[in-house]
Write a protein that binds this ligand. Structure first.
Ligand code: ZN
Length: 363
């Protein structure tokens, strides 16, 4: 089941709302009424701007950005690949908080003169929790100052938050990416424990969720960097299976039932008149096993326009793409025609081999 809803598209990037975000919307609507909806919409704009800035900076440095998913604890941009240089990582990480600082700079004087100094600064009491949002002016100012909270919070060196990534990039200049990641991950863990402590002491559930998120994703990132370090010398072309079985969109499920079930090929490129049309995944066959197998055709259930890679792409980029799209294999294309497929097993075999031989170290 798809657990997010596409609601907008900016610069070719889909903006999706995770279903838990809708729960947040219902919660604020029930507690604050229409003000609650406006508040969530304001937060939505600030967080989307933040993530979109990261995404556009990532795209500037040659990375692929597919979508931004908004969760109650913030946004997540689905980016393929990783920054090739510490400078790129630093600028991509800084772009998000910078956009919130820019929003504040642009609206500072208009709001200051429109609402007056008292209103302008009194809203800080709402952020501190000592007063409540009374009217629409309070609401505007609340969203305005929220940009400061977003910028400052994200700039804390709690890896993998923005500040932590900036720290890693800065350390990478001195001691290499792997060691820098280790230090940044330890710092992230310390911050996560502090967040958890403060969350428990002050009964702040939001801080507890952030603590768990920072701790687990910092650990995950450390493992991932270790794999990347070994894969860095490989290209997709080094490991692809060139004997991939391809299907025609007109084949029916009964034509290929036995063939697909007995094979260990996970995805099947679908070709028509020599051109690549999409992929048929092994699991697709289970989705439609109740239907009439003689009537259902490959074209009815294949995935059109899937993510693909080229033989000259880096293997670690292909691995990231697979994790992000939750697929175990990708089609390798060369100017529109299929060269073969690359699977997660192929990648892990290359990783284990390189690790065994001690190759691939030292970016
Ligand atoms: Zn950010």
């Amino acid at each position: 089941m798809k657990n997010s809803l596409r609601i907008a598209r900016f610069f070719g990037i889909d903006i999706e709302l995770h279903l838990t975000f809708l729960v947040l919307l219902v919660f604020f609507l029930s507690v604050m009424g229409i003000k609650g909806i406006l508040l969530v919409a304001g937060v939505f704009i600030c967080v989307t701007t933040h993530e979109l800035s990261h995404s556009l900076a990532a795209r500037y440095f040659g990375m692929r950005v597919r979508k931004i998913t908004l969760l109650p604890i913030g946004g997540i941009a689905s980016v393929s690949g990783y920054p090739r240089t510490p400078r790129a990582e630093m600028l991509i990480s800084f772009a998000g908080p910078l956009s919130n600082i820019l929003i504040m700079a642009v609206f500072y004087f208009p709001l200051y003169f429109y609402l007056g100094a008292d209103k302008f600064f009194s809203t800080l009491n709402i952020i501190r929790g000592s007063s409540e949002i009374a009217g629409i002016k309070d609401l505007i100012m609340y969203v305005y100052w929220l940009n400061m909270v977003i910028a400052v919070f994200n700039l804390m060196p709690a890896f993998p938050m923005d500040g932590g990534r900036i720290l890693r990039a800065w350390l990478s200049y001195r001691c290499g990416r792997e060691k820098a990641t280790k230090i940044a991950v330890r710092t992230g863990h310390i911050f996560a424990l502090c967040f958890a402590y403060l969350g428990i002491v002050y009964g702040h559930i939001f801080l507890l969720i952030i603590a768990v998120f920072v701790y687990t994703s910092a650990t995950g990132e450390e493992e991932s960097v270790s794999v990347e370090e070994y894969l860095v010398r490989f290209r997709v072309g080094d490991v692809i299976s060139r004997k991939a079985v391809c299907l025609s969109p007109e084949m029916t499920l009964s034509d290929l039932y036995g063939q697909v079930l007995s094979s260990d090929q996970e995805i099947y490129p679908v070709l028509s008149e020599g051109g690549f049309k999409g992929i048929f995944m092994k699991d697709d066959i289970f989705k439609s096993y109740r239907g009439d197998k003689a009537a259902i055709k490959v074209r009815d259930i294949m995935t059109c326009d899937p993510m693909t890679v080229k033989a000259e792409d880096r293997l670690d980029t292909a691995r990231k793409l697979m994790i992000e799209t939750k697929s175990g294999a990708l089609t390798v294309l060369n100017e529109g025609s299929v060269t073969g497929i690359v699977t997660m097993n192929d990648i892990m075999r290359a990783y284990l081999m390189a690790k065994e031989l001690g190759e691939g170290k030292g970016l």
